[in-house]
Design a binder for this molecule. Sequence first.
Ligand SMILES: Nc1ncnc2c1ncn2[C@@H]1O[C@H](COP(=O)(O)OP(=O)(O)OP(=O)(O)O)[C@@H](O)[C@H]1O
Ligand SMILES: [Mg+2]
Length: 481
Amino acid sequence: MEEKKAKGKIILVDDEESILMLLTEFLRENGYEVDSFSDSIEALSALKTGRYHILITDMAMPKIDGLQLISYIQKEYLNTLGIVITGYGSLENAINALRCGAFDYILKPFKLEDIMSVVESAMYYYNLMTNVGLTQKFSSRANLMKRFSQSRLLLENALLKERLKEKYKFNNIIGISFGMQKVFELIEKVAETNATVLITGESGVGKELVAKAIHYNSLRKDNPMVVVNCGAIPENLLESELFGYEKGAFTGAYNTKYGKFEVADKGTIFLDEIGDMSLNLQVKLLRVLQEKTFERIGGSKPIRVDVRFIAATNRDLEQMVKDGKFREDLFYRLNVVPIHIPPLRERKQDIPLLIDYFLEQANRFNDANVEGFDEGALEVMMAYDYPGNVRELNNIVERVVVLKKKGIITIEDLPEKLWVAKEKEEHIDIQKGYETLVTEFERAIIMKALKETKGVKSKAASILNMNRTTLIEKMKRLGME
Ligand SMILES: Nc1ncnc2c1ncn2[C@@H]1O[C@H](COP(=O)(O)OP(=O)(O)OP(=O)(O)O)[C@@H](O)[C@H]1O
Ligand SMILES: [Mg+2]
């Protein structure tokens, strides 16, 4: 009951008991639910399990310090916003914390009102980030931007202004989640260098988009970016695509053909689906990476090129190396700067912004005028796990816009697969606890198999692909015998 009424849930960490008590009481009086810890190790395990909106932590603490707690939030992609408390003399520390992903800082000695204003802007930002009603309230990104710039943060805090400035959009890549913010940072850092980049992530997370962002923010942007899909082309064709061939190199080679490496000279070559490249071609590619020279097929003249390499894959290359399916030396050559794009289900904060973005596009392309998603529809969109990631989200939005044309999207307008998933999830009463739920499910599975086989256990076992004795044991354990 309490929980519902609270303005937000805060985890407070400070090894100084007096400050801890003072702040706990103050925040509670102001309507927040507070869990406080003087031991940062305990705080870390609470952070792992609890769903906190805000973490307020002292910087200097024995064992685990504030910065480590902030880094943990980043590493686990928690939505929790971190606020650090630090001494006046150490503004450096505060800036460091912001760089590590803290939302804001409080300088000691502080006034309690200061705490309140920082906490309230954090809550405001948190809601903006995760609120499922976001699209509805700010029906276009322009409105959202307006709201952003009116917020206290942007007006009052120059450091944060720097941090939030258009930060949720990098070129045409949308992402407000910590995971995507990190990707943006990496793109910025690496773009102007010539470093080889390996982009990994599931299908549809935006690997090609990131590759383009790197190229178009680099000094090579006026030269070509050449895309080669190593998965889509058969091996021998891929070889001639990449290296080109000399006239007469083989039957049918009537003219000299330039390979993609040559076409990409002074620009960038994007080797997509690199995990699908044959071991044979991997050797040849390695040589180009190492020596920047190669020969056309059937040729003997070494050709020198100045190319920046970006590769991408949705496969686990490290595992492929272990399995002997990908050359280790090539892996290290490619993996100079790894950029991993997390799947959409691990950064659901991005969903409302992506919906807005794709909605605007779909309206424009289809001459439609859909205003937004209502709260229920948005909730369903947030609950879905998107195996096809951003591409799937885009397709869903485009499809509902085309079918709806105008008005507001409700649950009924959404593809069935979305609310089926939602319903399944709704039937799970998490209060029962994990063990009970799993047991219930096991029981239901066995019941169904037994019904189908009219109670014949050996048949039921074979349908379920298990031994008859295992089935009988399980039934005993579940009290079904
Ligand atoms: N963060 C994002 N913001 C805006 N659009 C995105 C974002 N991520 C992906 N998209 C869009 O989703 C679609 C899929 O992206 P992209 O082709 O880059 O994915 P991919 O990771 O290369 O997928 P695959 O492994 O299947 O090739 C594209 O239309 C892209 O523009
Ligand atoms: Mg791709």
